[in-house]
Design a protein around this ligand. Structure first.
Ligand code: UDP
Ligand code: MG
Length: 312
């Protein structure tokens, strides 16, 4: 007996792409005779994405859609999809078809063989500008070290068993870093390699600002390393001041004490900057704690379309 597969598609300003993605997914998964449903999560789009989703849901009984009250980000959209999915396993895929739909079938068969997490691994990174590529490389190097999971080729394209989905849904973190969280939970996992395609239409939703924010939040949610760096800097600073202090004292005692202003100024600048950095980093973590304790919902659903689904 084949089991239900939920395909979750976060969509933000993907007008035009929705119907293409819906058609492509239905055709390929339908041909493979896998029972499926498609959940579109409209992440507060400003264009006609929601109209497209409603239309797709009317034409195709496999489609269900929810619309957020505003843009909450892709991570929240993925969580919402998991919360509403009915499937025995869920696949997360981008709306722009950069993730090859045929690979879902391979993932599903691996799941049938008993794997509970099937991660999509990129064999290339698609077309990116060099600045973006370098920033991404640095971010993944840091996050891989912090989470002790190799994330350099990780993607959000993955299949999760119902068990894993239920575990993820119990996690209370508001600022969850989805990609790392799905490996963090453990379970029997395997990988499927895929080639990142070019976007069929539209543009990438990531601005440089959005990307740096994404990187900072995710590094701080998976590691306290930045706070430890501060401690190390502080110790180094202390050692430096001990040496400088000894020299200054020696000069004073031997009557060699010159103006000494240079040292004073240097120390002032140096310690001042380290303190400011530390305060900044600590402030950043406090802000994160503040965000988490408010326990606001990850997303707010404004409306839905298609056959009724309940939120878990
Ligand atoms: N997306 C989203 N909310 C956002 C930004 C993006 O739901 O705030 C969706 C988007 O519609 C797409 C997927 O996330 O389905 C990947 O986005 P995009 O293609 O812009 O990212 P890239 O492929 O450039 O990393
Ligand atoms: Mg894309």
């Amino acid at each position: 007996m084949n089991k239900l597969l939920s395909i979750i598609v976060p969509a933000y300003n993907e007008e035009g792409m929705v119907s293409i993605a819906a058609g492509e997914i239905s055709r390929i998964i339908g041909q493979a005779k896998i029972p499926f449903e498609i959940l579109f999560v409209d992440d507060g789009s400003k264009d006609g994405t929601w109209q497209d989703i409603k239309k797709a849901a009317e034409e195709n009984e496999h489609i269900y859609g929810i619309r957020f009250s505003r843009n909450f980000g892709k991570e929240s959209a993925m969580f919402a999809g998991l919360g509403y999915a009915k499937g025995d396993c869920c696949v997360l895929i981008d709306c722009d078809l950069q993730h090859p739909v045929e690979k879902i079938i391979e993932m599903y068969h691996l799941w049938e063989q008993g794997y509970e997490v099937v991660e999509g691994i990129k064999t290339n990174r698609g077309k990116e500008n060099p600045f973006h590529a370098l920033a991404a490389k640095m971010f993944y190097a840091m996050i891989s070290k912090a989470s002790k999971i190799d994330m350099s080729n990780a993607s959000d394209f993955k299949l999760l068993d119902r068990k894993v989905v239920d575990v993820l849904l119990t996690m209370k973190e508001r600022n969850a870093f989805f990609r790392a969280l799905s490996s963090w939970v453990g379970f029997k996992s395997t990988t499927v390699e895929f080639e990142v395609r070019e976007r069929v239409m539209g543009t990438s939703k990531w601005s440089a600002k959005a990307l740096s924010k994404y990187a900072l939040t995710n590094i701080s949610s998976f590691s306290t390393a930045p706070m430890q760096i501060v401690t190390i800097l502080g110790v180094m600073m202390l050692l430096a001041s001990l040496v400088l202090g000894a020299i200054a004292l020696y000069q004073k005692l031997t009557g060699l004490a010159l103006d000494g202003f240079t040292t004073v100024i240097l120390i002032q600048l140096f310690s001042g900057s380290i303190m400011m950095i530390s305060l900044g980093i600590i402030g950043y973590y406090i802000a994160r704690i503040y965000d988490e304790i408010k326990e606001r919902p990850r997303y707010i659903v404004a409306e839905s379309c298609g056959e009724k689904h309940d939120e878990k």
